[in-house]
Write a protein that binds this ligand. Structure first.
Ligand SMILES: Cc1cc2nc3c(=O)[nH]c(=O)nc-3n(C[C@H](O)[C@H](O)[C@H](O)COP(=O)(O)OP(=O)(O)OC[C@H]3O[C@@H](n4cnc5c(N)ncnc54)[C@H](O)[C@@H]3O)c2cc1C
Length: 270
C-alpha cells in the first residue's frame, strides 16, 4: 500500500489532536517544487503566517513535518507550497498526492511570522528564499497586512527562474480577485531575484541590501528602524545574513511575546 492509501486507512480511526483533510488541487512547478490545497477543518483557526505539522502515514506510522500555511487566515481552503526532496522521508511521498487523497494535520498551528510580533511601522519587508515564500503567500493575501502597512515588499530569491513562478502566480491571483485587488492596490511590491541564471534582477538578497540596489530598484529609502519592519524566512544562511544586515541598520528582533522590528523563521537547513 502506498502512503496516501495508508493515510486513508489511518484516517478512519484518527487519534485526538489530528485532522485528516482531503486534497483538492495539486500544481507542480518544477521537479523540486509543488503547491497543493486541501480542505480546511471546521474550527481550525490560525493566524496568517503561522505553520502547522502536516503528514502522511509512511510504513506503519504517521510522519509529520512543519509546513507554513500559505493560504490566508480567511480562506476556506488550506494551501501549502512544498519542496520535493528525492529521498525525503515525507516529501518523497507527499509529492505524489492527488485530489481526493488524505493528508494529516496536527491541530495546533504556531509561528513567529505574524503581524502581532512586530511593532507598528509603515513599510513591511518580507525576505524569502525558495519555499520560504510560503508564510508570505498567506500574509500578502490578508487584508490586515494592508491595514497595518502603507507598503508591503515581498522579496523572493531562488536559484532558477522557474522557481519564481509560484510568487508570480500569487500576485496574478491577487490582481484577478476584485475585492483583494482593491485592498492591495499599489501597496504590494514583488521583487524576485535569481542567483544561478540570467535574469533582470540577479543576486543574493543580502548583496542587494548591502549594495543598496534593492532600495534603488524599488525607489524606497534605505532601511530605517523608525518605519521599516521585516520578516525573514528561508535557509539558515540567508536568515542569519539578512538578520545581521537588519541589526546593522538598527532593527531589533522580536517575538510573539516581545514584538519588535523584525522576526525570523527557519524554513529549512542548507
Ligand atoms: C517552521 C518550518 C516551516 C516549514 N515550512 C515549509 C514549507 O512551507 N514548505 C516546505 O517545503 N518545507 C517547509 N519546511 C521544511 C519541512 O518541514 C520539511 O523539512 C520538508 O517538507 C522536507 O521533508 P522530508 O521529510 O521530505 O525531508 P527532511 O528530512 O525534512 O529534509 C531533508 C533535507 O532536505 C532539505 N530541505 C528540507 N526542506 C527544504 C525546503 N523547504 N527547501 C529546501 N531544502 C529543504 C534539508 O537540507 C533537509 O536536511 C518547514 C520547516 C520548518 C521548521
Amino acid at each position: 500500500m502506498n502512503a496516501p492509501a495508508k493515510t486513508e486507512e489511518f484516517a478512519t480511526n484518527l487519534p485526538a489532536g489530528v485532522y485528516a483533510e482531503t486534497v483538492l488541487s495539486v500544481t507542480h512547478y518544477t521537479d523540486y517544487l509543488f503547491r497543493f490545497t486541501m480542505t480546511r477543518p471546521a474550527g481550525f483557526r490560525f493566524r496568517s503566517g503561522e505553520f502547522a505539522m502536516i503528514g502522511l502515514v509512511v510504513g506503519d506510522k504517521p510522519i509529520y513535518r512543519a509546513y507554513s500555511i500559505a493560504s490566508p487566515a480567511w480562506s476556506e481552503e488550506l494551501e501549502f507550497f512544498s519542496i520535493k526532496v528525492p529521498d525525503g522521508p515525507l516529501t518523497q511521498h507527499l509529492q505524489k498526492i492527488k485530489p481526493g487523497d488524505k493528508v494529516l494535520m496536527r491541530k495546533k498551528p504556531t509561528g513567529t511570522l505574524v503581524l502581532d510580533a512586530l511593532v507598528p511601522g509603515k513599510r513591511l519587508y518580507m525576505f524569502s528564499t525558495g519555499t520560504g515564500i510560503a508564510p508570505f503567500a498567506s500574509l500578502i493575501r490578508d487584508p490586515e497586512t494592508y491595514e497595518k502597512y502603507e507598503e508591503v515588499i515581498l522579496t523572493h530569491t531562488c536559484r532558477e527562474v522557474a522557481e519564481l513562478k509560484y510568487g508570480f502566480d500569487l500576485v496574478e491571483e491577487i490582481r484577478a480577485d476584485e475585492m483583494l485587488n482593491e485592498i492591495v492596490g499599489d501597496k504590494l511590491k514583488h521583487y524576485a531575484t535569481v542567483t544561478r541564471e540570467d535574469y533582470p534582477f540577479k543576486g543574493r538578497i543580502t548583496d542587494l541590501i548591502e549594495s543598496g540596489k534593492l532600495f534603488a530598484d524599488l525607489g524606497v529609502p534605505p532601511l530605517d528602524p523608525a518605519v521599516d519592519r521585516a520578516m525573514i524566512c528561508g535557509s539558515m544562511t540567508m536568515i542569519r545574513d539578512t538578520a545581521a544586515l537588519l541589526e546593522k541598520a538598527g532593527l531589533t528582533e522580536g517575538a510573539n511575546n516581545n514584538p519588535a522590528e523584525f522576526v525570523i523563521e527557519r524554513a529549512f537547513v542548507g
